[in-house]
Design a protein around this ligand. Structure first.
Ligand code: ATP
Length: 216
């Protein structure tokens, strides 16, 4: 008997916002996921990451997670000194949680670019993919993604409970038209960002003076 599936959401979270949180909450409810793991990505210090440090991104993810008992923060990718591929993280989680279906959550933009991911064809050996609607990205699939969907798509939510891996679920979530890029632009312009991110995160950004025009 398998355990209830969990959701996994990796991201830069620079900063975390409702475009990450709302689709994750809806996926949890619809698919009856036991939890959502938020996994902030490692970004190499020498690469273009002008915004905030890993510690600050982690602090914001922790603040967002503290408001919902279903969110769990997983720091594994930040603890390494190099970027992790999603496939490696999924393999690790599969070993740690041998009886738990893993649902890797992503927006439509990520599904469309999946063929550029390292060992992308193996992702479905270790987990399911749960894809959220994201304004700006239509389901015009490149051939490789269309083939993947033809093989793995399911509209039976229980199938994600019955198998450890191998299905793709296309969510019908409330679209949220927001990116961290847009949010940073609003913050930089000194605009009011209320209701676009958790208040605790907005407060932290304000306290730390993050994303302000005069910092750069
Ligand atoms: P940036 O604007 O800095 O590129 P982002 O807002 O796209 O950032 P990421 O941290 O790169 O956020 O995204 C992590 C995951 O969350 C990705 O799978 C992405 O598709 C998904 N995601 C981000 N924003 C949304 C949104 N508004 N709706 C649905 N999915 C989203």
């Amino acid at each position: 008997m398998l355990k209830a599936p969990i959701g996994i959401l990796g991201g830069t979270f620079d900063p975390i916002h409702i475009g990450h949180l709302r689709p994750a909450i809806e996926a949890r409810d619809t698919l009856e996921l036991a939890e959502i793991r938020l996994i902030p990505n490692h970004i190499p210090p020498h690469r273009a990451n002008p915004f905030c440090s890993s510690e600050q991104r982690l602090a914001m993810v922790r603040l967002a997670a503290a408001e919902n008992r279903h969110f769990v923060v997983d720091e594994r990718e930040l603890q390494r000194d190099k970027p992790s591929y999603t496939i490696d993280t999924l393999i690790e989680l599969r070993h740690e949680l041998p009886d738990t279906p893993l649902c890797f959550l992503m927006g439509m933009d990520s599904l469309l670019s999946l063929p550029s991911w390292h060992r992308w064809q193996e992702l479905l050996d270790y987990g399911h993919l749960v894809v959220s609607v994201r304004p700006g990205w239509q389901p015009d699939y490149p051939a490789e993604v269309a083939q993947l969907l033809a093989r793995h798509h399911t509209s039976d939510a229980r199938a994600l409970h019955r198998q450890l891996a191998g299905h793709i679920w296309l969510a019908d979530n409330q679209p949220v038209e927001l990116s961290a890029t847009r949010l940073r632009a609003l913050l930089e312009a000194g605009q009011d960002t209320r209701y676009l991110l958790p208040e605790s995160v907005a407060h932290y950004i304000d306290q730390q003076g993050l994303y302000r025009a005069n910092r750069r």
